[in-house]
Design a protein around this ligand. Sequence first.
Ligand SMILES: Nc1ncnc2c1ncn2[C@@H]1O[C@H](COP(=O)(O)OP(=O)(O)OP(=O)(O)O)[C@@H](O)[C@H]1O
Length: 313
Amino acid sequence: MPGNTAPRGATIEIAGLTKRFGHVTAVDDLTFSVHPGRVTGFLGPNGAGKTTTLRMLLGLVRPTSGRATFDGVRYRRLSRPLMTVGAALEASSFHPGRSARDHLRVYAQAGRVPASRVSAALATVGLAAHADRRVGGYSLGMRQRLGLAFALLGDPGVLVLDEPINGLDPEGIRWIRQFLRRLAAEGRTVLVSSHLLSEVQQSVDDVIVIAKGRLVYAGELAGLASARGRAGQASAPAVIVDSPTRDVLAHALADARLAFEQTGDGFLVSGADAASLGHLAFTSGIELSQLRPATQAGAIEDTFIELVGEGGL
Ligand SMILES: Nc1ncnc2c1ncn2[C@@H]1O[C@H](COP(=O)(O)OP(=O)(O)OP(=O)(O)O)[C@@H](O)[C@H]1O
C-alpha cells in the first residue's frame, strides 16, 4: 500500500435512497453515513438490497429517489473517480485469457492512473509473483485479491467492497481482515458488505444493517447488542462473573435474587452490571477471578439475527 502518504477518505452520505424495479422495492428510503478512518460493515441477508445500494453509490444504477455522495459529490461528478473511490463489486468479471497485469494496465490507462500504480497495487494485495499468469487459472481467493488490486489502482481514499471475504480460505480471511484495518488506519473510508456478521465482526468499527431494503441499525458494532430492545426484545445488562469459590458466589447471587446460569467461564448473570456485582462480592467477602460485561460476540450476533429477521422495524 501506498505507504505513509495515503489519501484521506471522504464521507459517504446516503440520503433517502430508494430503488424500485417494477413492483419490487429493492432499496427503501435508506439514510446513513460512512466515515473516514473506520471500517464499516454493510450487512443484511441475501436480497436485502446491499448490491443495489452499492451500485447506486457508484453511479451504475439510477436511484428512483434520494442521493448517494462522497463529500457531497455524486460518483458521476467526481473529476478523478478511480483516484477518489476504489470499488470491487464482482470477483468474476475478469477475462480468463488475460493476465492480472494486463487487466490493470488497461484500467489504469482508461482511468488516467500512472502506469507505475499497476505493479504497486498487485504487490499490495500479494499478487506480484502471479501478475503475468492468465486470470483463468486463478483460484477464487486470487481473483478476490485481483478485485482488490483494481480497487486500489488509483490509490483512492474510499474503498467500496462487495462481499470481499466470500469464498476465501482461512488464511485469506485473516489477510483481508488485517488489510481492511490497515486501510482504515491510514485514514481511508472502508465500506465492506457481507451477508454474514461473523465474517466481518473482527474487522469492523461500525455497522449498517439493512433488511428488505430498509435500515434497521446504523452505528458502532458494540452498540448492536443494546439495539436489541428495538427489535422488541428485553434489553437487560448481563455480566460474566467467576470466583475461586464458585459455590459461595452462587449462594450470594441467589440470595440477591439475581437470575444466573453457569457457563464455561463462570456465571452469566442477567439484570446486573459489573459495578453492582463487584459491590455484592465485596460486601459478601467473595474473591472474584473474573468480572466483565457479557455484551460480546454472542449478544451482538443474536441481535443481528433478530434485527434482520424482523425485516425492518
Ligand atoms: N435489475 C433488477 N431487476 C429486478 N429486481 C432486481 C434487480 N436487481 C436487484 N433486484 C431485486 O432487488 C432486491 C435486492 O437485491 P440486491 O442484489 O441488491 O440484494 P443483496 O442484499 O445484494 O443480496 P445478495 O447478497 O444476494 O446479492 C432483490 O429482491 C432482487 O431480486
